[in-house]
Design a protein around this ligand. Structure first.
Ligand code: SF4
Length: 64
């Protein structure tokens, strides 16, 4: 599992960070999310999937 962030699209809403704080953080200066764990462990899959769904601008993609 690999998480991909489209920084051009990200609007720093922070939904991803609130949903999966072990995987996402916010860079407030840059105005984008940060991926803390690009390849999160399987036990975080449900939270990461929820974070991908929660992004209002579809800036997150999950690859297997
Ligand atoms: S939810 Fe989407 S727009 Fe918001 S910080 Fe995360 S990736 Fe960016």
């Amino acid at each position: 599992m690999r998480v991909i962030l489209d920084t051009q699209n990200c609007q720093a809403y922070g939904n991803c960070m609130l949903t999966a704080p072990d995987v996402f953080d916010l860079d407030e200066e840059a105005g984008t999310a940060i991926i803390l764990r690009e390849r999160p462990p399987a036990e975080l899959r449900a939270a990461v999937e929820e974070a991908v769904r929660s992004c209002p601008v579809q800036a997150l993609t999950l690859e297997d």
